[in-house]
Design a protein around this ligand. Structure first.
Ligand code: GLA
Length: 730
């Protein structure tokens, strides 16, 4: 009846009485180091998710869990592991289809499951479900990362009917959680206002977070969220699931508190205007929904996700990164070779690794001198750059720095040669006036020719300039008037096939240029997700670089993404001193976007010192564990720390976020993640030249003391940011 499994997931069989007949119950625990998700069939072979929580020590007892419940389930809606629609299930479905004959009913029965070991740490469970009446199959995949407590879940849909089946809805995952109440922490925002959190208790009915923007899909709302179970989890206490869809397009996540007070969570591509026509034997794979769970608060959960991302998801997550000087805010579109030659010298003078040339370097017939023209014409502007990019790459080398460049290859300005030549490559309604977002339109990446073109933008740059060392890939528009000349009758495939087209391009880029650093940008953080980050080394969290705002933005991103991915630039936004701006940017991947020539000698000295400190601490910041100590939302000062894997070196960043009433840190802040037995030398670093630290010299304290009593960074209105370094004392 079912194929047996391999390691380490196990099958716990048992006899289940259903009316007068006996049916074999199949129990499938999906285990990670601390957690378990348990699937189980019922008498009618419906696959249910009967448990989600801490891993039990006695595996055999998973089979008993469901028997502890005595819930009425007349409409079969409870706990389905992948809720079909139009037959016996009457709740919000994970999947809805229209069969080739027009019938809209679907039933999915358990057929078999198997487990394959992908690597030491990674297992893949595949469960096959079939409609008993139609030749229609869904495979559910659960990829577990044992040590990290992370699971990626997706489905693959296939049929053998005579003619096309329409997929009206096709979720990646359908989870069921049990608990005494659920609290959703979600995010909203806009340009320069990314990651604004809200947390509330879920009431009965369905709460949805979603996007229908197409590209730049996270502009108003990303798919990342946290669900606390039983009570709102704090940083170090409580049960919490962190989840996100690995998809750079429209998404939909439903949270339904059902009739039995379970939480039904359905996550996937947004099916709005996106039904998919599936040919016989064609496979439709949904993107992965990634999640982790901890019963020790949001901090622990976030460290699990960060570790997983570094090890398995982002490009070169355990590798190194380049510090840089960007010219966007110092020049905007206004530059030429002479100016850039100066900036290359400034890059060296500042002491960073790379110069990143931003928007404005391309297009001739319609020069890119502002954001109204030129997108799509990726030839160097002859007036600004008569000797081309290759000259700049060489000039950078002459100055002992590397060179990187900005592109936005998925987009086109109507004022461009590309638009004139290939109007059919542009997403727009043939019968409606064009509607622009930042004066531009989106190219139709469902079209393989457009994919070739976009790949070519990157490939040409690297072919002509093999020493080009970095690319910032931007995406500034949403999709209005969705229509693809290429897709013809399958218009509803556009949103899905666009993202698939984008990933095909990025696959090709990575096949040819596996390690080159790429920054994921979308008018700020409009497209930060693990579907895209698989191809990128880092992302741009927000165009808002006011360091005060950045503390909050970076803080919230950190629940989902490791510090090594967060490109934080020191700019001239905000009124804070250079030290404050730099100290804030050091929370992640440090960069600058300032006018170096305007820095005083002391400023420069300070930056040089900070860069040296950053170099010394980057192992802890990039690859270590991050602990949030004091939230900027509830305190006058925010405090966050990073500990390297040997627990030998740590750094604590402290920032004043509320300047009223002479506030500051009056009491010590308890550290986390240190070795209680070890002794640490605590010293203040990143001091502005001439400043004296009130922190005593040669302060050596045990990890025990630092974690139970703490240390007072003495933040106040005269010391608005304080960085403390901790080194194991030998
Ligand atoms: C977007 C990016 C910015 C900058 C501009 C250039 O807004 O987020 O960092 O690159 O585009 O036009």
């Amino acid at each position: 009846m079912f194929r047996n499994h391999l390691l380490p997931l196990c099958l716990v069989g048992g006899l289940f009485t259903a009316g007068s007949s006996f049916a074999q119950v199949v129990t499938i625990p999906v285990e990670t180091q601390h957690n378990a998700l348990v699937l189980q069939t019922d008498a009618n072979k419906n696959l249910k998710m009967v448990y989600f929580g801490a891993r039990l020590s006695n595996t055999a007892e998973y089979a008993r869990i469901q028997k502890m419940y005595n819930q009425k389930d007349d409409s079969g809606i409870l706990n389905s592991a992948y809720t079909p629609s139009g037959s016996a299930n009457l709740s919000e479905p994970a999947i809805t289809v229209t069969h080739a004959n027009g019938d809209k009913s679907l039933s999915l029965a358990y057929v078999s499951h198997e487990v394959t070991k992908v690597a030491d740490d990674i297992s893949l469970l595949t469960v096959t479900l079939k409609d008993p009446v139609y030749d229609f199959e869904v495979k559910l995949f659960y990829k577990t990362y044992f040590k990290e407590d992370v699971t990626e879940q997706w489905s693959v849909i296939k049929h053998g009917e005579r003619g096309e089946v329409i997929l009206n809805k096709f979720a990646s995952a359908n989870l069921n959680l049990k608990g005494d109440g659920f609290w959703l922490k979600q995010y909203h925002g806009n340009w320069a206002e990314e990651m604004r959190p809200e947390e509330a208790r879920l009431t009965h009915g369905i709460k949805t977070i979603d996007s229908k923007l197409g590209t730049r899909a996270n502009l108003y709302e990303p798919s990342m969220f946290a669900i606390s179970v039983d009570k709102p989890a704090t940083e170090d206490e409580g049960k919490v699931l962190l989840g996100a869809l690995e998809w750079s397009g429209n998404f939909k996540i439903d949270f339904e508190l059902d009739v039995a007070d379970n939480l039904r969570l359905i996550a996937g591509i947004n099916n709005a205007a996106a039904e998919y026509h599936l040919k016989p034997n064609e496979e439709f794979a949904t993107p992965a929904f990634v999640y982790t769970y901890s019963d020790q608060g949001k901090g622990d959960a976030s460290r699990k996700l960060q570790r997983w991302a570094r090890k398995y998801k982002i490009v070169d997550g355990e590798g190194s990164r380049l510090t840089l000087l960007n010219n966007w805010e110092s020049t905007y579109f206004d530059f030429n070779e002479t100016k850039l030659a100066e900036l290359l010298k400034d890059t060296k003078k500042l002491g960073v690794d790379l110069f990143l040339l931003d928007d404005g370097w391309f297009a001739n017939k319609y020069p890119r001198n502002d954001d109204h023209a030129g997108l799509g014409d990726w030839q160097e502007n002859k007036q600004k750059l008569p000797d081309g990019v290759s000259w700049l790459v060489k000039e950078a080398q002459n100055n002992g720095v590397k060179f990187g460049i900005w592109i936005e290859p998925e987009m086109v300005n109507p004022k461009s040669e590309l638009y004139e030549k290939h109007p059919d490559w542009v997403i727009k309604q043939p019968n409606r006036p064009e509607k622009y977002f930042r004066n531009q339109l989106v190219l139709d990446l469902t079209n393989p020719k457009v994919q070739d073109f976009v790949f070519g933008v990157v490939d040409n740059l690297f072919t002509k300039n093999p020493d080009l060392a970095y690319i910032k890939w931007d995406c500034n528009a949403v999709i209005y008037n969705a229509y693809s000349a290429y897709l013809k009758k399958d218009q509803s495939h556009l949103y899905t096939d666009y993202v698939r087209g984008l990933y095909k391009v990025l696959e090709r880029v990575r096949a040819k240029y596996p390690k080159v650093p790429l920054m994921l940008c979308s008018g700020g953080g409009g497209r930060v997700d693990y579907g895209a980050l698989k191809y990128f080394t880092e992302f741009w969290p927000s165009d808002n670089t006011d360091p005060l705002e950045r503390i909050f933005i970076q803080w919230e991103y950190s629940y989902f993404y490791p510090a090594i991915t967060s490109s934080n630039h020191v700019t001239d936004w905000g009124k804070q001193p250079l030290k404050f701006r730099t100290d804030v940017a050091m929370m992640g991947k440090l960069g600058f976007d300032i006018v170096v020539s305007k820095l005083s000698e002391q400023d420069l000295d300070y930056v040089h010192g900070a860069l040296k400190n950053y170099d010394n601490l980057k192992e802890a910041i990039w690859h270590g564990d991050q602990y949030r100590l004091q939230s900027p939302w509830d305190n006058d000062a925010a405090s966050i720390m990073y500990v390297d894997n040997a627990k030998a070196k740590a750094v604590m960043f402290n920032y004043l976020v509320n300047n009223r009433y002479g506030t500051g840190t009056h009491v010590p802040i308890r550290l986390k993640g240190l070795d209680p037995q070890k002794k640490y030398q605590v010293k203040e670093i990143n001091l502005y030249p001439g400043a004296k630290s009130p922190i005593e010299n040669d302060l050596v304290l045990t990890g025990d003391f630092l974690m139970n009593v703490g240390v007072n960074p003495r933040v106040d209105k005269n010391r608005t940011s304080v960085v403390l370094e901790l080194d194991e004392a030998r």
